[in-house]
Design a protein around this ligand. Structure first.
Ligand code: RI2
Length: 318
């Protein structure tokens, strides 16, 4: 990039890479916002490189985290005017407007999912959640407001311990919360009435890719006849990945697993840090979106609606 407007892109890419900005919805919004800022701050007297700079910015943002399709979808939906607009000034305005709309709609979706998700929570429920999902928490808060949630059990969520954030948020909002280590899930499942988690990606066949450990929770829920639900805005569905095996799982550094000061003491140990896993569709009772629960059969129709014919092909360079 030529320096014009490269600030918001580099800052946002760095924030996402370092996990200062995290959570599938938030990274999608941050990327869309950064593209909007790049467009709105662009030198209007010199728009010749706008398309090129937007493409470079899109690639830089996408390279930060490979698993959450929210990031790719947010970028494509923000830049979709590139398919038809030749006039750079029109494109500049279009990107800015689409970015503003994406951010505000995606925030609204979280509240709507809260209402739709709460409807599935039984009375006097103990809800188990994992990691830190705004969408799942929205449903839990609404369920609590309606008097349906008695207690939340949430996992610590190694290695980043995003569960600590979840526990703090719930406690500050007056929701009774118990935090457990990840390996206590199966032991405690007998006390749980419903599981609600977020989503980083949902594939066309309904496989869920979410924070590492989610699939074990789903297995345990299934074994204990506890219903398992994922809360996900529709832009977390992948228009291209058919099954979980088609999604790249992000591997992060070994220092996140072992004490960074002691990584050298682990010589000879193969430290691996996959941060997401795949929960097969058959373990999932419902996928709660802003349009309500959607079935596996409806995913394809939804994708064709959100990504009209040719849009994804147009972004094959991404
Ligand atoms: P919302 C998070 O990933 C978690 O896996 C969480 O379930 C998911 O994003 C969705 O979060 P990470 O960025 O969009 O912490 O519902 O690795 O907030």
């Amino acid at each position: 990039m030529d320096g014009k407007g490269s600030g918001p892109i580099e800052r946002t890419a760095d924030d996402i890479l370092s996990m200062r900005v995290r959570g599938a919805g938030r990274i999608g919004r941050a990327a869309s916002r950064a593209l909007g800022e790049l467009a709105s701050d662009y030198d209007r007297g010199n728009l010749g490189n706008l398309s090129y700079d937007l493409m470079e910015a899109a690639s830089a943002l996408l390279s930060t985290r490979p698993t959450a399709v929210s990031l790719r979808n947010a970028i494509i939906l923000t830049l979709s005017g590139m398919v038809s607009l030749d006039d750079p000034e029109e494109l500049r305005e279009d990107v800015f407007k689409r970015s503003r709309d994406f951010v505000s709609h995606s925030e609204d979706f979280v509240s709507i999912i809260g209402r739709k998700g709460a409807a599935l929570i039984p009375d006097d429920a103990t809800v188990l959640t994992h990691c830190n999902s705004s969408a799942a928490l929205s449903a839990i808060y609404e369920g609590f407001r309606l008097g349906k949630v008695r207690r939340v059990i949430n996992t610590e969520t190694r290695p980043w311990r995003q569960g600590h954030i979840t526990s703090r948020w719930l406690a500050r909002n007056g929701v009774p919360v118990t935090m457990i280590v990840d390996s206590a899930v199966n032991h405690i499942m007998k006390d749980v009435d419903i599981v609600m988690v977020g989503a980083d990606t949902i594939t066309r066949c309904g496989d869920l890719i979410n924070k590492i450990g989610t699939s074990q929770i789903a297995l345990s829920a299934g074994e204990n006849s506890v219903s398992f639900h994922t809360c996900a805005e529709t832009y977390k569905f992948s228009p291209t990945a058919y099954a979980g095996a088609d999604v790249t799982i992000e591997d992060r550094g070994p220092e996140e697993v072992a004490d960074p000061l002691k990584v050298e003491d682990m010589e000879g140990v193969d430290l691996r840090n996959p941060v997401f896993d795949v929960t097969p569709a058959r373990f999932i009772d419902s996928m709660i979106t802003e349009r309500g629960p959607i079935s596996q059969e409806e995913i394809g129709i939804l994708m064709d609606e959100i990504f009209p014919h040719g849009l994804i092909d147009h972004f094959s360079w991404l």
